[in-house]
Design a protein around this ligand. Structure first.
Ligand code: LLP
Length: 415
């Protein structure tokens, strides 16, 4: 359920017409429906009812302060991968002690920052990071709570670029090495082994590989607990897929069931790190048609949003549904929806059958709430889009559109 639907022939986000937003805020603009965020939050958190679980929203999916502050208010923890994301969580009122810090390349400064904030858990990805964390913690006179991120060597069977649990992936450490690192940590007084961690990939559309991975890390957890490591947290990552076009991913219930089953005998708090499933279909990217042109072989619809605003199609060949804001009937034609960026990969939707939009017409690129704005850039000298949060019949701009001056903030001519 996503709360984007047609009313009187016009696409609405909850009670607000996207045509109104197009006029008042301009385009391109990301529009989020709070009711969808709320609903997904509830479905995901209820799926773990009765099992001690901390649901840590994965900030990388969408880090807008308005979204973070809502998740914080609803009781979420957070999964961050940089000092920047941690600072955002704190700015939005989220609690560091409900926040896990992941990432293969945390800098010393970031480790210091996160220790100072008092994060719940460092998910450590290498022996050298573990040594540095120990040093930083000792210098600060504290003990750093950590988990080793295990690379369980399973194929998540998702898109190659977003698979992280394979032997060839840069993420995590092999199981055998993980055991050795926990042993080593006993000699390091700046460390406290608090958990075990894994994450095998994103946009997972089947639960089999996840079950396999979690069984492996659960076995490690049991061994370590038996050896007397204090532990208490079993972090199984995020990754649950969503429907963009024709995918049929398992729902949060089925996902939770697998995680619960694989960890049923373990007296630990389960940590899960969902991103996409919470925010993905809570957002659309609103864009306006600039030009239509027949092209040599296929018809192009040039819109004012580009790959700098929504990178997923260019980077992964991701497919997002594109619809007209004003409901259209009529003959459908084959066309490509393309952006203004000077790259052939700046195709937002290829080979679609749509009623040919009019010049100036508004289109909505759906399921753009996750990894949309958070991956946006200024490439081609393009200010990043505005973001709007709709709640019922109310709406507010939760990030203003960048201005031209923003484009060179911090730069100088060097003269
Ligand atoms: N935990 C860890 C350690 C992760 O690396 C990720 C995502 C998540 C949790 C959240 O995964 P989710 O529940 O959102 O699938 N930009 C790509 C997705 C990259 C995902 C990176 N890691 C995309 O647009 O599809």
């Amino acid at each position: 359920m996503d709360h984007f639907h047609y009313r009187r022939g016009m696409l609405h986000a909850e009670g607000v017409s996207l045509a109104t937003l197009g006029t008042e805020v301009g385009t391109p603009t990301y529009v989020y429906a709070e009711a969808t965020l709320r609903r997904h939050w509830e479905v995901v958190s209820h799926a773990f009812a009765g099992r001690p679980t901390l649901v840590c929203y994965s900030v990388k999916a969408n880090s807008n302060l308005a979204l973070l502050s809502r998740f914080a208010e609803w009781g979420a923890g957070f999964d961050v991968v940089s000092g920047g994301e941690l600072a955002r969580v704190e700015r939005a009122g989220g609690q560091p002690r409900r926040t896990v810090f992941a990432g293969v390349g945390k800098t010393k400064r970031e480790l210091q920052q996160a220790l100072g904030s008092g994060v719940l858990l460092f998910n450590v990805e290498s022996a050298e990071e573990l040594e540095l964390l120990d040093q930083v913690a000792r210098a600060a006179g504290v003990r750093a709570p950590f988990a080793i991120r295990v690379n369980p060597d399973v194929d998540a069977r998702t898109h190659r670029s977003i698979s992280t649990g394979l032997k060839t992936s840069k993420f995590g450490v092999p199981l055998a090495e993980a055991r050795a690192l926990y042993q080593r940590s006993r000699q390091l007084r700046g460390l406290l082994a608090k958990g075990v961690d894994c994450h095998i990939g994103s946009q997972l559309t089947r639960v089999g590989p996840l079950a396999q991975a979690v069984r492996r890390v659960a076995a490690l957890y049991r061994q370590l607990a038996a050896e007397g490591h204090p532990l208490g947290l079993l972090d199984v990552g995020g990754g649950l897929g969503i429907r963009y076009r024709s995918e049929a991913p398992p729902g949060p219930e089925a996902w939770a069931k697998v995680l619960r089953a694989a960890t049923a005998d373990i007296a630990a708090t389960l940590v899960v790190e969902p991103g996409r499933v919470l925010v993905g279909n809570a957002g659309v990217l609103l864009t306006r048609v600039l030009y239509r042109k027949p092209g040599h072989a296929r018809r192009f619809v040039v819109v004012d949003a580009g790959m700098n605003d929504l990178l997923r199609p260019a980077l992964y060949g991701a497919e997002h549904e594109v619809v007209s804001v004003r409901q259209r009937r009529g003959r459908r034609v084959l066309l490509d929806v393309v952006g203004p960026v000077c790259e052939s990969t700046d195709t937002l939707a290829a080979g679609r059958h749509l009623v040919l939009p009019l010049q100036g017409e508004l289109l909505a690129i759906r399921t753009a709430g996750a990894y949309g704005m958070s991956m946006a850039s200024n490439y081609n000298g393009r200010p990043r889009p505005a973001e709007v949060l709709v709640s019922g019949r109310r709406w507010q701009v939760v990030r203003t559109r960048e201005t031209l001056r923003d484009l060179w903030r911090g730069e100088s001519t060097g003269r």
